[in-house]
Ligand binder design. Structure first.
Ligand code: ATP
Length: 757
């Protein structure tokens, strides 16, 4: 940032610059205020019109009201750091870069959206490749006041250094601010290697591998916002799906996209992805692993096929005075015919039943010695269809099933598993056994989805409804286009599609995101997966079905895998379900953790044999890493509480910023909880642990995944590494702090934490 010790002249120049930039920033905020006032006035007009007029008029008014409310919310969301950059081009022109694009009264651009092609040089230009830029300036603002400017001159004579951080002052300031329970955006300080990923093309599978703190989550979210901007036509209708590891993680990141002006993304966990299924149960590690194996797709397929079978004997049945026989030969032919339709099981069953009823009707005809036609034949077919015995016989040959029924049946019977899953070992099959009626787990959801795909349940209704809605929507878009043209109401920012989506009769219309989230067969235009190393082969199959165009952004770190069904090899995990278009990019700079902490964590992870990505750290912090040896396990607990008190005092602010975490195994955390009650901690600590948004949290390594805190106290690493996937868990735990890591231990430390070891 601009220097602290300056000569008199320099100070004068700096003050002049700040004043000049303040005028520009004031002007852009004035424009923003004017747009807000305009949206408010339009909203008030619409509301003033009251509930009169035809239903069509009322519906349009409601739609406009919602449109202006959304527009207002979008304009409110960009208040913070509206303008953050300036590019002086070699052509002597200047552009300002900000959170959204603004034009003046004459429709001339006065602020360039960070996602626009013209803004790319702000993130990418270097002295070696200046990209038409003479000077890049970062504007540092507090509320609406410009508090600093930071310049980089990109002339060809300057020494080229590709690895230099861009806007270093602004970046380092961002990295050392106190954390909150919500992740912030990085739009003002995106680095070149991150920008290249954010703006990478929509097609194919882009994997972003990087160590902890390299900005994978931040990049994934900014990429979603970028793609929605650059490919709005393609993605607005189909939507973008964001898959995260847990609902607490999704809460942590859920402000980032709105702050970038985007709300149309469906975010979910794999466990919540199947409409109508709530995964509240849990599995053993072995059951999780086995349920995630790709083999399970075959097992589910066999379980479906098993219910399309020829009976052992012909069966005689009496219907309304006629004797007919459900013949094996007929069943075999009808099954073959139904399978030829290539429809899912429940849908193909209609063909099977129709075929069988016709054959049974033919038997009655033959018995009577005359052809039964017309209404008589319909009545006969109805009689046959409603005969209890025939229904039972046909169900035995082709049973209609729900995914839930199929999976419960599979898990409930050892013999069934042995027949359908011969590839699994006896112990693996045992891990799957459970009584009917048990709660579903996260690992069951991809299996239920696989079954739903093969069975073809409940999709038809949704598909029919969608077809009707699409046709209606096309008419609404046309109307909205005409209306926007005649009123100029869209400000050039809102398009006819958005307005049209508000024009639905009765206000029952759902947004793309809402419709998508309710429909199992919805296919998205793009899927972003975070902490993707945790996903099983079956989960990838489920996601692949959600995006037939295979347009994916997959971010994660194969050294942090903790799920027994997760992966340590991207290509092995992704090529089978998603094809060969997998491109892997690496992020190499750690922005979160102080260098001394990151280096220690890397040494520990390497010593444990994890596939650690190379990492350099953007900064260090004095005294960031401390290890504290105590004599007994009881002492680890009391010292942890004391250290927590210290950290709270140092890092927690009254304004609600600052976050501190204790990370340990669940057993250790229980003991710390008890000690916290017994040791009568300070009022500040008690207050910081209370409420819905606590500043102090106690977490297991799994729960801490993806999150970050100003200070972290890790208690007894040996108990963490003793568990399955414990080395990865410890790597996660050690890499959560932005300022300070305290490691408390009575047992020996894993090799590598201290530089000397
Ligand atoms: N260019 C940047 N400017 C400012 N802050 C950044 C930048 N890149 C990353 N950060 C910050 O670094 C921290 C780590 O980022 P993020 O959580 O995205 O990392 P990650 O790679 O997903 O980490 P993990 O593997 O541990 O989940 C966040 O606070 C993020 O805001």
């Amino acid at each position: 940032m601009d220097g602290c010790q300056e000569t008199g002249d320099h100070v004068a120049t700096r003050q002049d610059e700040l004043r000049r930039e303040q005028r520009v920033v004031d002007d852009r905020y004035a424009r923003l205020d004017a747009l807000r006032a305009q949206a408010r006035a339009r909203l008030a007009d619409v509301r003033r019109a009251g509930p009169s007029g035809s239903p069509q008029n009322r519906s349009e008014r409601d739609s406009f009201a919602t449109l202006y409310e959304d527009r207002l919310a979008q304009l409110e969301a960009v208040e913070d750091r509206l303008v953050f950059g300036r590019l002086d081009l070699q052509t002597d022109s200047t552009i300002y870069v900000g959170r959204l694009g603004l034009t003046d009264d004459q429709h001339a651009s006065v602020l360039t959206d960070w996602r626009a092609p013209a803004a790319q040089a702000f993130y990418r230009a270097t002295s070696a490749h200046p990209d038409g830029v003479a000077r890049r300036r970062h504007l540092v603002t507090r509320r609406r006041t410009v508090t600093g400017v930071e310049d980089e001159l990109l002339d060809l004579d300057a020494p080229a250094d590709e690895s230099t951080l861009s806007g270093e002052g602004a970046l380092l300031a961002a990295l050392s601010t106190g954390r909150t329970s919500q992740m912030g955006d990085i739009v003002a300080t995106i680095q070149a290697e991150q920008d290249a990923i954010i703006r990478s093309g929509l097609d194919g599978v882009l994997v972003v591998q990087g160590g902890p703190g390299t900005g994978k989550t931040a990049v994934a979210l900014h990429r979603a916002a970028y793609l929605l901007y650059a490919h709005r036509r393609t993605l607005e209708r189909s939507g973008v799906l964001l898959v995260g590891p847990s609902s607490s993680f999704l809460r942590y990141i859920d402000q980032v996209l709105p702050s970038l002006g985007e709300t149309g993304v469906v975010s979910t966990t794999v466990g919540d992805l199947l409409p109508g299924v709530r995964a509240t149960g849990s599995d053993s590690a072995e059951a999780t692993r086995v349920k995630g194996l790709a083999i399970m797709a075959r097992v589910v397929r066999r379980a479906v096929r098993r219910r399309e079978r020829v009976p052992a004997h012909d069966q005689a049945v009496r219907v309304e005075g006629h004797d007919v026989v459900v013949r094996r030969r007929d069943v075999r032919d009808a099954i073959a015919r139904a399978r030829r339709t290539q429809k899912p099981h429940n849908e193909a069953r209609r063909t099977f039943v129709r075929e069988m009823l016709q054959r049974l009707a033919d038997q009655v005809s033959d018995q009577l010695g005359e052809r039964i036609e017309g209404d008589d034949r319909s009545i006969l077919l109805d009689d046959l269809r409603h005969s209890h015995d025939i229904r039972v016989a046909l169900n035995l040959a082709w049973l209609p099933m729900s995914p839930e029924w199929l999976l419960e049946d599979l898990y409930a019977k050892p013999g069934r598993l042995e027949e359908l899953a011969p590839e699994l070992r006896e112990s693996e099959r045992r891990a799957l056994l459970r009584p009917r009626g048990s709660a579903w787990s996260d690992a069951d959801v991809p299996l239920l989805d696989e079954a739903a795909e093969l069975l073809g349940v409940d999709d038809q209704v949704a598909r029919d409804a969608r077809r009707v809605e699409d046709a209606e929507r096309a008419a609404r878009v046309e109307y909205a286009r005409e209306m926007l043209r005649s009123t100029g109401a869209g400000d050039g920012i809102v398009d006819a599609e958005t307005v049209a989506d508000r024009f639905s009769a009765g206000g029952s219309h759902l947004t793309t995101a809402e419709r998508a989230a309710q429909d199992r067969s919805w296919t998205y235009g793009h899927v972003v997966v975070d902490e993707a190393q945790e996903l099983s082969a079956m989960a990838w199959r489920m996601l692949a079905r959600r995006c037939p165009t295979r347009s994916f952004t997959v971010v994660g770190d194969v050294a942090q895998t903790s799920s027994p069904a997760g992966t340590r090899d991207w290509r092995a995990a992704l090529e089978p379900p998603l094809g060969r278009s997998v491109r892997v990019k690496e992020l190499t700079v750690n922005y979160r953790t102080p260098r001394s902490v990151a280096d220690a964590a890397q040494r520990v992870a390497r010593a444990a044999g994890l596939p650690v990505s190379a990492l350099t750290s953007a900064r260090d912090v004095d005294g960031a890493l401390e290890t504290v040896q105590v004599g007994t396990p009881d002492e680890t607990v009391t010292v942890a509480v004391r250290r927590l008190e210290d950290a709270a005092q140092t890092f927690l602010e009254d304004d609600g910023t600052g976050r501190v975490a204790v990370i340990a195994t669940a057993e250790t955390l229980t003991r710390i909880e008890l000690a916290l009650d017994d040791l009568d901690p300070s009022a500040a600590v008690t207050a910081a642990r209370a409420g819905t948004d606590p500043q102090i949290v106690l977490l297991t390594p799994e729960a801490a995944k993806g999150l970050e805190f100003d200070a972290v106290v890790v208690v007894e690493p040996a108990t963490i590494t003793a568990r399955r996937s414990g080395d990865s868990d410890l790597y996660v735990a050690l890499t959560r702090p932005t300022q300070r890591l305290v490691v408390i231990h009575a047992d020996v430390l894993p090799p590598g934490i201290e530089p000397s070891s």
